[in-house]
Design a protein around this ligand. Structure first.
Ligand code: AHM
Ligand code: MG
Length: 329
């Protein structure tokens, strides 16, 4: 059995001249993930212990789990010393880490994605993306996090589901670790993850059907058509937590779509800390990630919280969706 810590140190040798900074950063993220996992697992108990009011037993204001997750990830990234700035879904502006002037890395993070699912005991996740800072001789700034997804040096997610898993890539394949709560360690459980080239699951909020572009409507009809040889109709599975939906499709084969709708002309999900990291993971596992027309990882970001339509998963299915978008939009 190999723990995440052992694995990260072993893999450091893949990078010539590595000084261990990225390894330490990944380790810090792993530690914060364990703390958040513990709290997520206790979420339902709060009512029993009477801690869901505005004030908890210590007299502190009770925080939402998304705020809690944000604080713990920021604090882990700040104390580790390898990160100089963070773009977080929870905070409007770029967070500059005090004392991080010499740190080489910037992180984009969604500390608790799908947090609306917490109250009903459904899986949620954390998504993160790591970039090298552009220029160590000038103060870190927004430009450092507005890099194309292809510049990510590492990306990953944590899925807090029936078990907690951390999945990450440094551009040399994808590996998954399951948290063993009895020893408090992430253990390598899914080495060299590969997404099937095709699949029979499609994941989309079909309630928005009337607001979808024609290409997406055609794709849904394609997925629902009977075709014995290709295994259609497909299975529809939508949890409403991007991490959980993409994780399932990564293992079983399928496509996750959050296209533009009339309410969200650029889709709902955020490029920096939702689409790009998931796109890197999916590509590294052999799949594809597109905004319907172009590779997500090649989009030049212009704002921290910018949104982007997303079609990601098994290569054949994403290509089919892109084709239909091209013909019918
Ligand atoms: P959040 O960042 O506010 O949690 O929203 C992101 C989530 C994704 O995890 C999920 O796939 C999507 O929103 C669900 O949206 P919808 O309810 O519109 O289907
Ligand atoms: Mg989110």
């Amino acid at each position: 059995m190999q723990t995440l810590g052992q694995f990260i140190i072993e893999k450091q040798a893949d990078f010539a001249f590595a000084k261990g900074e990225l390894s330490r950063l990944l380790r810090d993220i792993g530690i914060a993930a364990k703390i958040v996992s513990r709290e997520v697992n206790k979420a339902g108990l709060m009512n029993i212990y009477g801690e869901t009011g505005d004030v908890n037993v210590q007299g502190e204001r009770q925080k939402g789990l998304d705020v809690f997750a944000n604080e713990h990830f920021i604090s882990a990234l700040s104390s580790g010393g390898e990160c100089c700035a963070v773009a977080s879904e929870e905070v409007n502006e770029l967070i500059i880490i005090p004392g991080g002037e010499k740190a080489k890395y910037v992180v984009c993070i969604d500390p608790l994605d799908g947090s609306a699912n917490i109250d009903v005991n459904v899986g949620v996740g954390t998504i993160f993306s790591i970039y090298r800072r552009l220029d160590l001789s000038v103060p870190v700034g927004v430009a450092d996090v507005l890099q194309q997804g292809i510049c990510q040096v590492a990306a990953g997610y944590v899925v807090y589901g029936s078990s907690t898993m951390l999945v990450y890539t440094t551009g040399k394949g994808v590996n998954g670790f399951t948290l063993d709560p009895s020893i408090g360690e992430f253990c390598l459980s899914h080495p060299g993850m590969r997404i099937p080239a095709s699949g029979s699951i499609y994941s989309i909020n079909e309630g928005n059907y009337v607001h979808f572009p024609d290409g997406v409507k055609r794709f849904i009809k394609f997925a629902q058509q009977e075709n014995f040889s290709s295994g259609r109709p497909f299975t529809s599975r939508y949890i409403g937590s991007m991490v959980a939906d993409v994780h399932r499709n990564l293992i079983l084969g399928g496509i996750y779509l959050y296209p533009s709708t009339s309410a969200y002309p650029d889709g709902k999900l955020r490029l920096l800390y939702e689409c790009n990291p998931m796109a890197m993971i999916i590509e590294q596992a052999g799949g594809k990630a597109s905004d319907g027309f172009r590779r997500i990882l090649e989009i030049q970001p212009t704002a921290i919280h910018q949104r982007c339509p997303v079609f990601c998963g098994s290569a054949e299915l994403v290509e089919k969706a892109e084709l239909l978008m091209h013909w019918h939009s």
